[in-house]
Design a protein around this ligand. Structure first.
Ligand SMILES: Cc1cc2nc3c(=O)[nH]c(=O)nc-3n(C[C@H](O)[C@H](O)[C@H](O)COP(=O)(O)OP(=O)(O)OC[C@H]3O[C@@H](n4cnc5c(N)ncnc54)[C@H](O)[C@@H]3O)c2cc1C
Length: 480
């Protein structure tokens, strides 16, 4: 019997798992995909919002501001790519300027520190590549950029190190109530548990329905992006938003924590929950909107386009709390933006909810973060020489664009608590395949490493989700 079972291994499930791992409890996390961070958490803007956007006195406002503080500390502990670069919401006319003042007031009400309203001259001094018809900006110094999947993996690894059990390829298909507890069926196995945390993102309403607790609906809203090469990193220094509308925060231009530039997203409502395709029309809209912010975006530098799906709900705020329809079933649902920014604060808040529900929480005497893996590219030349002498695998560069070595890939395989099994799993942990060639050079080499490490045939290696096998067979061999 588990005390707590978390459904969903996105950034929210991972954060809940990390905070639960501080207590003497038996917990597990069930994820339907073959890895964690496989849904909304892997395709978003990667902004740690300061917290001036949500309406005051909402969960979004409170958890965003607290999450923004916590992420900085977690990223430092786990050596996760993070940069406190600040954000600007820019104005183009007096209507926008009034909106910036409103956002400033809202930020004050939400407890955001480090905001200032700046004029055109100051804005262009800090961001010289913006369009000349800007009139000013709201600057927030606490906003940051983070690698979103590394944050999720880091928190999940911490949870796993401290005793939370992770079950991948475990899609929850049935939830039965038995004697005041639950029997959860996932991936052909059953798990008995006293509490369920429903962090299933785009499918949270379906999971609630399985428990007879559905009183909300999720609607997928797609956002498409361009990802520009690091050669475009001169374009902006901080996250540049236009004024938000009822559709969301609008198209932004931002540095990423890995040194690229991101441009997007648009907002397309009523999407299929698994449709992450990009379209000419969607990307054209993004480019057209971004041109208002800067005329200097060079789309010849685009190395990838991608899209993410927001889990919008029919409620205005995050849906976090024990379901009114089912005791001990706790929803962490409708977690749209700023969900990434809020995630650690959501984890903390769920602990409070579980305590209020009567779960006895005894803190463990010992708890620690896992050791951060070596990042070869960040070492000095002397450190590089030293580490190559100790282990020549660090001298074998596998990803040329991002300078990722065989040693780092083997570290990710050997010392991860949740082991990557796919090319994208290695990418999310080490940065392979994220450069200009997008895996053209390193893909085949990572493929070889995975074959050797797991002792599997080339045909069994996956690029990403189940079914994404890369090699079909040998040339000249019949597939019949
Ligand atoms: C375009 C876009 C831009 C965004 N930008 C930002 C931003 O800049 N800053 C910010 O703070 N937030 C941003 N967000 C929001 C943020 O990405 C999300 O709030 C966050 O990733 C949600 O995490 P989650 O864990 O709730 O959901 P997910 O990451 O979707 O995780 C849910 C998990 O549940 C699993 N699951 C589903 N069904 C089942 C089942 N039956 N059994 C087992 N597992 C199941 C899924 O496979 C998935 O792994 C953005 C979102 C989008 C789409």
């Amino acid at each position: 019997m588990y005390d707590v079972t978390i459904i969903g291994g996105g950034v929210c499930g991972a954060a809940v798992a990390m905070y639960l791992s501080k207590y003497d409890l038996k917990c597990c996390l069930l994820e339907k995909e073959n890895d964690i961070a496989m849904s909304t958490t892997r395709a978003n803007s990667g902004i740690v919002h300061a917290g001036y956007d949500p309406e005051p006195d909402t969960l979004m406002a409170r958890l965003n501001v607290r999450g923004c503080e916590l992420i900085e500390e977690i990223c430092e502990q786990l050596n996760i790519p993070y940069k406190k670069c600040g954000s600007m919401v820019i104005s183009f006319d007096s209507k926008d300027e009034a909106h910036l003042e409103e956002l400033y007031e809202r930020g004050i009400a939400n407890g955001v520190r480090g905001m200032e309203l700046i004029n055109k001259e100051e804005l262009l001094k800090r961001e010289p590549n913006l369009a000349n018809d800007v009139t000013g900006a709201l600057y927030a110094s606490s906003a940051a950029i983070v690698n979103p999947w590394r944050l999720c993996i880091g928190m999940a690894e911490t949870a796993a190190k401290n005793g939370v059990e992770f079950y991948l390829d475990s899609e929850v298909t049935e939830i039965e109530k038995i004697n005041g507890a639950f029997k959860v069926t996932a991936g052909g196995k059953t798990y008995e548990t006293r509490f369920i945390i429903n962090a299933a993102g785009l499918y949270a309403d379906k999971i609630a329905a399985l428990a007879g607790a559905q009183d909300f609906e999720i609607f997928a809203s797609k956002g498409q992006y361009f990802l520009l090469d690091k050669t475009s990193s001169w374009l902006v220094n901080s996250v540049i938003f236009q004024c938000p509308t009822e559709k969301g925060k609008g198209v932004l231009i931002s540095p990423t924590a890995d040194g690229n530039i991101i441009v997007g997203p648009n907002a397309e409502s009523n999407n299929e929950r698994d449709d992450v395709s990009t379209t000419r029309e969607g990307l054209d809209f993004v480019a057209q909107e971004a041109a208002k912010t800067s005329k200097l975006v060079d789309y010849r530098e685009n190395i990838r386009s991608f899209s993410g799906l927001r889990a919008n709900s029919d409620k205005k705020d995050f849906i976090i709390g024990e379901s009114a329809l089912c005791r001990h079933f706790i929803n962490v649902a409708g977690i749209k933006s700023p969900g990434l920014s809020s995630s650690p604060a959501i984890g903390e808040y769920v602990i409070e909810i579980l305590e209020d529900c009567g779960l006895i929480m005894t803190e463990k005497a010992e708890w620690s973060y896992p050791e951060a893996h070596i990042c070869f590219a960040e070492l000095s030349n002397e450190e590089k020489a030293e580490i190559c002498k100790r282990n020549p695998k660090y001298g074998n560069i596998i990803c040329r664009c991002n300078v990722v070595t065989e040693g780092e890939i083997l570290d990710a395989l050997d010392s991860s608590y949740i082991k990557p099994r796919t090319l994208d799993g290695i990418k999310r942990r080490t940065g392979t395949g994220m450069g200009r060639c997008q895996g053209g050079f390193c893909g085949v080499r990572v493929h070889e490493i995975l074959c050797k490490y797991y002792g599997i045939d080339a045909t069994e290696v996956l690029w990403d989700k189940n079914g994404s096998n890369i090699v079909a067979g040998k040339v000249g061999e019949s597939n019949d």
